[in-house]
Design a protein around this ligand. Structure first.
Ligand SMILES: Cc1ncc(COP(=O)(O)O)c(C=O)c1O
Length: 390
């Protein structure tokens, strides 16, 4: 039997060893990382709300009024007022009948998928879907059919080729977190209708950022009413923590009875619930609209300048701009050299992305300044040239 140490040595040898870095202070556009100042270009705090004074005040007030913890799972010792208030606010925000909170996006996906499909059913899952969707699908014991990324002709063919005795679930991300592109939701909705399938969209990276009112990819594509289960996270653009599904009242009741990660886990605590409520109010306000506009302008300029400099990039989401570099070692060397120049952009390697498609996943924040991003692009170009990437 191989030891854990030997397996770790293998990871090091393959350039796949991971370690965590230390950030001092709060998460903002500029951070102190392992003791030195850096511009942060790899956080999901897209609107900069994690450090917003309104979220902080809301969390502090909630702790004073309700305490630090929720005490147990909601089916055991009951809902706190704030759980109910946040779910009502989320349903109104997403324009769904109802919403149900989960403790994280990961918990939502591994709870919801096995609740809605099982052995007799078939899941059609985009090949680039997040690990939490992959794990939820595996847990469900349904037949899993992976379709090529965003390939609608292939999805349709696979739907024809895989009839199910029971349910058919199509599951996709709204904005793909590692590629910065979006699912063709209008086409997916047409296929879902044609085959009578259930549609689940994980909009972890779209909610708060996309659509005229920040309601996410479904709002942008004009298909809100056609998605059976919309997952969103509260820990990314919303600057807080946790996740939710926006869906019908019936499905919320069903999930309360069937989703194991909901049933068997202590619920979100008051500070997190209050900060999330405050974040939705902000996203829904003129300040939220202004932050989205600023982020969109940042994204357009950043992506265009990188493309002009001959970097390979994909997608059109304002806030996620990948730079493809190939192998893991190149990605990590790029990250290391950028850090020496005061830029923190994490290299992304397998198993998060396919081998040979390693990348730097640049994520922008509305609270970055234009000057900061212009300076960052200059450094990326200089280092990219030095490494022979462009
Ligand atoms: C598409 C997607 N779904 C779910 C998650 C998990 O969300 P959370 O971080 O709240 O567990 C992520 C996290 O990166 C994600 O990118």
């Amino acid at each position: 039997m191989r030891t854990f140490g030997e397996e770790l040595a293998d990871l090091r040898g393959q350039g796949l060893f991971r370690r965590m870095r230390r950030v001092e202070g709060s998460q903002g556009g500029r951070i102190t990382l392992d003791g030195r100042e850096a511009l942060l270009l790899c956080s999901n705090n897209y609107l900069g709300l994690a450090g917003h004074p309104l979220l902080k005040q809301a969390a502090i007030r909630a702790v004073e009024q309700y305490g630090a913890g929720s005490g147990s799972a909601r089916l055991v010792s009951g809902n706190m007022e704030l759980h109910e208030a946040l779910e009502s606010r989320l349903a109104a925000f997403k324009e769904s009948e109802a919403a149900l909170l989960f403790n994280s996006g990961y918990a939502a996906n591994i709870g919801i998928i096995p609740a809605v499909v099982g052995k007799e059913d078939v899941i059609f899952s985009d090949q680039f879907n997040h690990a939490s969707i992959v794990d939820g699908a595996r847990l469900s014991r349904a037949t899993i059919v992976r379709y090529p990324h965003n390939d609608m002709a292939a999805l349709r063919q696979l739907m024809v080729a895989h009839p199910a005795k029971g349910r058919r679930l199509i599951v996709t991300e709204g904005v793909f977190s590692m590629d910065g592109d979006m699912a063709p939701l209008t086409d997916i909705v047409a296929i879902k209708r044609e085959f009578g399938a259930i549609l689940m969209v994980d909009d972890a990276h779209g909610a708060g950022v996309l659509g005229a009112n920040g309601r996410g990819t479904a709002e942008l594509c004009g298909v809100k009413a056609d998605i059976d289960l919309q997952i969103g996270t509260l820990g990314k653009a919303l600057g807080s923590f946790g996740a939710y599904v926006a869906t019908s009242r019936e499905l919320v009741e069903y999930l309360v009875n069937r989703a194991r990660s909901f049933i068997f886990s202590t619920s979100l605590p008051p500070a997190v619930l209050a900060a999330s409520l405050s974040a939705i109010d902000l996203v829904d306000s003129p300040e939220g609209a202004a932050l989205r506009e600023k982020l969109a302008a940042h994204g357009r300029r950043f992506r265009a300048t990188l493309k002009d400099a001959d970097f390979e990039t994909t997608g059109s989401a304002p806030h996620i701009v990948p730079i493809f570099v190939g192998e893991a070692e190149s990605a990590m060397e790029f990250t290391r050299r950028l850090l020496e120049e005061g830029l923190f952009i994490q290299g992304i390697r397998p198993p998060t992305v396919p081998a040979g498609r390693c990348r730097l996943r640049c994520t922008l924040m509305a609270t970055h300044t234009e000057r900061e991003l212009e300076g960052a692009v200059e450094v990326i170009i200089k280092v990219g040239k030095g490494l022979g990437i462009i």
